[in-house]
Design a protein around this ligand. Structure first.
Ligand SMILES: Nc1ncnc2c1ncn2[C@@H]1O[C@H](COP(=O)(O)OP(=O)(O)OP(=O)(O)O)[C@@H](O)[C@H]1O
Ligand SMILES: [Mg+2]
Length: 225
């Protein structure tokens, strides 16, 4: 990683350490997956590799399609390191907590999620930490370690349900947050029509996914899961 110049640690989580700096002089992020002592070392390295390969493959593929993800610039599998474009902005969680959001932003969040789903990719970990809000007010999705290709309504419904639960638990004061996200989610299909077939199958329509989400919400209310 010769072209890398680290400046500041942004994040130290259970899974990853994230450092901001420059790569060939451009603002960049270095994400290093951490080994965890409590896991079996071999199992840990297999899981780490799997998640990292997943993150790299799907992020690069989505970026090529023009979806809202950071560009990946370099990868070192042996060191479990990814170097990517730095998205100038803040995680949605902070923007919501600071009360610095408007309806348009939540609408855009919905559109960004729908872009993933239109390309038959499930994000897999849609928390308000993994949605970055740029200075222009766009929503970029990061952290694709749990992302997967998906063709079933249920999978996409669950992706949205994760965000719904996080809004309820962490941002109950943000009114209509999920309604606005779903408006944006639907609007992209109204704009672009039916999604194109993706490698492996036909991604379902937004209307049908939202119907499924409503069923999942009911199921969880009655049975708690
Ligand atoms: N490309 C990027 N541009 C700007 N900030 C980023 C970028 N990638 C990550 N970050 C920042 O680092 C934080 C953690 O990154 P990420 O979500 O990828 O790690 P993680 O897998 O969630 O780590 P852990 O599970 O250990 O918490 C993000 O919430 C974001 O604030
Ligand atoms: Mg994250």
């Amino acid at each position: 990683m010769e072209a890398w110049n680290g400046e500041e640690r942004l994040h130290l989580g259970a899974e990853a350490e994230v450092i901001s700096g420059t790569w060939f002089g451009r603002p960049a992020i270095l994400k290093k997956r951490r080994l965890r002592a409590w896991r079996h070392p071999e199992l840990d390295s297999t899981l780490t590799r799997k998640r990292m390969t997943n993150e790299v493959k799907l992020t690069i593929w989505l970026a090529g399609m023009g979806a809202p993800v950071p560009a990946i610039w370099d990868v070192d599998m042996d060191e479990s390191v990814i170097i990517m474009e730095k998205i100038e902005g803040r995680p949605l969680i902070e923007v919501l907590r600071a009360g610095e959001y408007d309806e348009k932003l939540l609408f855009k969040v919905g559109k960004s999620i729908r872009e993933f789903h239109r390309y038959a990719v499930n994000h897999g970990d849609l928390s308000t930490n993994n949605i970055l809000v740029t200075e222009e007010g766009d929503a970029v999705l990061i952290d694709l370690g749990l992302a997967s290709r998906e063709y079933e309504l249920e999978g996409f419904g669950i992706d949205l349900h994760v965000l719904y639960e996080i809004f309820r638990a962490s941002h109950p004061d943000v009114e209509n947050a999920m309604d606005l996200v779903l408006e944006g989610y639907l609007a992209l299909d109204e704009e672009l029509g039916k999604p194109q077939p993706a490698p492996g199958g036909q991604p379902p329509d937004a209307v049908d996914i939202i119907k499924r989400l409503e069923q999942i919400m009911k199921r969880v209310r009655y049975h708690g899961g």
